[in-house]
Write a protein that binds this ligand. Structure first.
Ligand SMILES: Nc1ncnc2c1ncn2[C@@H]1O[C@H](COP(=O)(O)OP(=O)(O)OP(=O)(O)O)[C@@H](O)[C@H]1O
Length: 263
């Protein structure tokens, strides 16, 4: 099989399969449908973003995918394995910095591999690799409190990737960063994705961010939380900020903005 055929086959395999997923929150008087009838297939290696108004259930969907919350109905599987709880096959990166403050950058990255029982030598090889990828080799022995917000988030991404997850789940990971740092982080994440080709599910409020990063953008609507749009992003790989001037980018941005406005 040639390279193109291998790539095609890999990208067509479903990595995440969600069928008939619903989530209800019951209070004493009412039932709130946070998610209703979600159907979604994400192929291996796809970078998919989810946009939607506040409260439409984006985080709920991601938490259920992560196994941190149960669904009311339906099923989620990752590579054929039903999600029943958290697992090392799914790495998470949230908006808040979730590094262990008492561990150095390197120790944070090596945390998962250490839990897995890898040797010091193997752990070192993994942390060296990711320190290089996130360009923080010089900060290997620094503690999180010595780092900027963007640097902490880079470590959080490296720590998630060091577990070799099948899927990386990201909930507004750059939401707290200033505009310039956010752009730099997006470029770094794309770079990481091109190198590692991990399947990514990325939640954001930022339309530009969703288009710039993704191969596919989902739009969700609220009450009940559901998928209202599913768009392929026809932009080349190896993107730089220049793609934002391309016709395809501007067209899709218009479409997504108008969908989000009419919710
Ligand atoms: N534990 C809970 N109990 C009751 N309602 C909840 C609970 N968790 C979430 N909800 C409700 O479910 C809906 C979806 O919440 P969720 O956080 O998933 O939305 P979101 O799209 O991620 O919003 P945002 O963009 O503001 O982060 C919201 O209306 C929220 O109030």
């Amino acid at each position: 099989m040639n390279d193109a055929a291998t790539t095609l086959q890999a990208s067509e395999q479903p990595q995440i399969l969600i069928t008939g997923l619903s989530k209800r929150y019951e209070t004493r008087k009412t039932t709130f449908e946070a998610l209703k009838g979600i159907e979604l297939t994400v192929p291996k290696q796809q970078f998919i973003s989810i946009l939607g108004p506040s409260g439409c259930g984006k985080s709920t969907l991601l938490r259920i995918l992560a196994g941190l919350e149960d669904a009311s109905d339906g099923e989620i599987s990752v590579e054929g394995n039903t999600v029943l709880g958290p697992g090392a096959d799914r790495g998470m990166v949230f908006q808040g910095y979730t590094l262990f403050p008492w561990l150095t950058v390197r120790q944070n990255i090596e945390y998962g591999p250490k839990l897995k029982g890898l040797t010091i030598f193997e752990r070192r090889r993994i942390s060296d690799h990711y320190l290089r990828i996130i360009r923080l080799e010089k900060f290997a022995n620094a503690f999180p409190k010595e780092l900027s917000g963007g640097m902490k988030q880079r470590v959080a991404i490296a720590r998630a990737l060091a577990n070799k997850p099948k899927v990386l789940l990201m909930d507004e990971p750059f939401g707290a960063l200033d505009a310039q740092t956010k752009l730099e982080m997006q470029e770094m994440l794309l770079d990481v994705w091109v190198k590692e080709k991990t399947t990514v599910v990325f939640i954001t409020h930022d339309i530009d961010e969703a288009i710039f990063l993704s191969q596919r953008v989902l739009v969700m609507g609220a009450n009940p939380g559901r998928i209202t749009g599913d768009f392929q992003v026809a932009l080349p790989e190896g993107r730089s900020q220049d793609v934002k001037e391309l016709f395809e980018f501007i067209q899709l941005k218009k479409k997504l903005s108008s969908m989000l406005k009419h919710h």
